[in-house]
Design a protein around this ligand. Structure first.
Ligand SMILES: Nc1ncnc2c1ncn2[C@@H]1O[C@H](COP(=O)(O)OP(=O)(O)OP(=O)(O)O)[C@@H](O)[C@H]1O
Length: 352
């Protein structure tokens, strides 16, 4: 969908922001651009919708050279979301979302109807549409920013650190929302972030840049984590890259057995077979008999990383597994989780 062919950007002051970049961003996929500050991520993004023009090389969107297209028209046909949402402060939320449809001549009624639909799509109430941006929380403003970018249903969405200014809990919620939306809409998304965890979570492919605008490696999250191209990429991924890889695999294929019904610890269930807590049966655990400790059951869709974490936290070393209704399906041992964690690494390393 988006192709960079030996694209170079040198600003008039002599700074090379992007160095001979060749990169394909596939249709319907999320390409995440990561790297340290000043390595050319934003410039790369802004060249796609001609907010910045390249010094040399070619950028094609949908097969067409962007330089052959009118810059304003191109910008209207590509969704753009930035940090701090970039909303117009004196326009209502609904009018903010309707901006591009109005520019495209949709007419006020149709544009507002579309804006109202999108409010719902991004998880905001109709009431929020009547407010002004400053009357919303930071996370809500970012949702409006996403809705505005989606308003004219563009095939391409450019997102420049869209969730950079919100707290980690809201950030995770916004990432979940984006993943949900993307499942439905299959946009071609280019996403800039500093946060490698965000990149691993959202990216179908991750492009790692280093200072001077050099692309060092572009790969799927699993490939990047299992086989970083060099020390720069490995350092960027961080010391826990082995654990991050486990966040990409689910618990689904890890075997489970029946929960212990006797012994040092038993799992107490409610009448719907939902795990309530672990309880000591005798003093063999070093804990007084009858002591209750919390259980955090996991579903098949939870990651191997969550399972590993829970197996360490669980007093029994067992992870309780539940179905979609929260009812117990079985338990999995720490050893089985370790074994599958090791296999996940081996598979990621050799599958490439
Ligand atoms: N208009 C400009 N004129 C001159 N230099 C610029 C201009 N815009 C960006 N630069 C420089 O180009 C380089 C790349 O900047 P860019 O904003 O693309 O990096 P970035 O990776 O997005 O950084 P950050 O993560 O800090 O946002 C930097 O050295 C920056 O100072």
């Amino acid at each position: 969908m988006i192709q960079f062919d030996t694209v170079h950007k040198r600003f008039p002051n002599g700074t090379t922001a992007v160095h001979d970049l060749s990169l394909d961003m596939p249709e319907g996929g999320v390409t995440v651009l990561v790297g340290s500050s000043g390595c050319g991520k934003t410039t790369t993004l802004r060249m796609i919708n001609r907010m910045v023009d390249p010094t040399s090389g070619t950028i094609r969107v949908g097969g067409k050279d962007v330089l052959d297209q009118d810059a304003a028209e191109l910008r209207r046909s590509i969704g753009y979301v930035i940090q701090q949402s970039g909303l117009f402060p004196h326009r209502t939320v609904l009018d903010n979302i309707a901006t591009v449809p109005l520019l495209l001549g949709w007419g006020r009624k149709k544009a507002r109807t579309r804006a109202a639909e999108l409010l719902e799509t991004v998880g905001l109430s109709a009431d929020a549409g009547k407010r002004f941006p400053h009357q919303l929380s930071g996370g809500q403003q970012q949702r409006v920013g996403v809705a505005r970018a989606l308003a004219a249903d563009p095939p391409v969405l450019l997102m420049d650190e869209p969730f950079g200014a919100v707290d980690p809990v809201v950030r995770t919620q916004l990432q979940d929302e984006l993943l949900r939306l993307q499942k439905e809409l299959s946009k071609t998304i280019v996403f800039v972030t500093h946060d490698i965890d965000e990149a691993v979570r959202l990216g179908d492919q991750i492009a790692v840049f280093r200072t001077g605008g050099h692309l060092v490696q572009c790969a799927t999250p699993a490939e990047l984590l299992a086989r970083p191209a060099d020390d720069f990429v490995a350092d960027f991924l961080g010391a826990e890259r082995g654990l991050k890889l486990l966040s990409l695999t689910t618990l689904k294929d890890v075997p489970q057995g029946p929960a212990p019904e006797s012994g040092a610890w038993t799992l107490v269930l409610d009448e719907a077979r939902r795990p309530l807590h672990w309880r000591t049966a005798d003093t063999g655990t070093g804990t007084a008999a009858g002591t209750e400790l919390p259980v955090r059951p996991l579903k098949d869709t939870d990651s191997l990383l969550s399972a590993l974490n829970e197996s360490i936290a669980s007093p029994t070393g067992l992870v309780a597994r539940v179905d979609a209704n929260g009812a117990l399906t079985g338990v999995t041992s720490r050893d089985d989780i370790h074994k599958h964690a090791g296999q996940a690494h081996t598979t990621a390393s050799v599958a490439i």
